[in-house]
Design a protein around this ligand. Structure first.
Ligand SMILES: C[S@@+](CC[C@H](N)C(=O)[O-])C[C@H]1O[C@@H](n2cnc3c(N)ncnc32)[C@H](O)[C@@H]1O
Length: 190
């Protein structure tokens, strides 16, 4: 299952505009600070960031993805976004692309709070979600088996970010609607 998912999502061809988004995120992260690819899946973005010369840690809830990422040469940590095994202020950037929509709605605040905690004071988070309302269990897509998908509005996520000390500094909708992305900077002193 994991091998098939990785094979189908490891390249940017299937994700128009995403490579440019990752470049934009990378440019916003203070230089020389490590980046966490939280819920990194195939490792596509972590590998790209490493190619750009960044120190990257890959993390995912699925142990098989971590094994594959390690095999590709990435430092990989098996983790859950709601309780990150890193100290405060460890990362200059956290990339969280298409991940938090799969976390139970009641855990969203905890997960965003963890992202804020592991960022340095000027650190940047890049969070992509699906726009809409409600929750569904989906069977389609590249991942086998049913998975939870929560839909959020931009103002709703932005408010939760602000609550945990992440100031939203950018938002954009790519061509692949209903996906949207937020750039959020850790607020000094929180
Ligand atoms: C849709 S995939 C996105 C993968 C990758 N970020 C990308 O953009 O291609 C969602 C990823 O989030 C991971 N994930 C889901 N819940 C998680 C959690 N609570 N903590 C860490 N990773 C999680 C899944 O295992 C999967 O790799």
């Amino acid at each position: 299952m994991a091998d098939r998912y990785v094979a189908e999502t490891i390249n940017y061809e299937r994700f128009p505009g995403l490579r440019e988004d990752i470049l934009r995120f990378e440019a916003s992260v203070p230089e020389a600070r490590p980046i966490l690819d939280l819920g990194g899946g195939s490792g596509r973005d972590a590998l790209f960031l490493a190619q750009l010369g960044r120190r990257v840690i890959f993390g995912d809830l699925v142990a098989e993805f971590c094994v594959i990422a390690k095999g590709a040469g990435l430092p990989a940590v098996h983790l859950d976004a709601v309780a990150l095994p890193f100290g405060d202020g460890t990362f200059g950037g956290v990339l969280c692309s298409g991940v938090l929509l799969h976390v139970p709605r009641t855990c969203l605040g905890a997960a965003l709070s963890e992202i804020a905690r592991v960022l340095t004071e000027d650190g940047m988070a890049w969070i992509s979600m699906k726009e809409g309302h409600g929750t569904e269990w989906k069977l389609d897509g590249y991942i086998a088996g049913e998975r939870l998908v929560n839909y959020y509005t931009v103002p709703g996520i932005s408010d939760t970010c602000e609550d945990v000390g992440l100031a939203v500094v950018g938002e954009w909708h790519g061509t692949a609607r209903p996906w949207f992305s937020l750039a959020a900077r850790r607020v000094t002193g929180t």
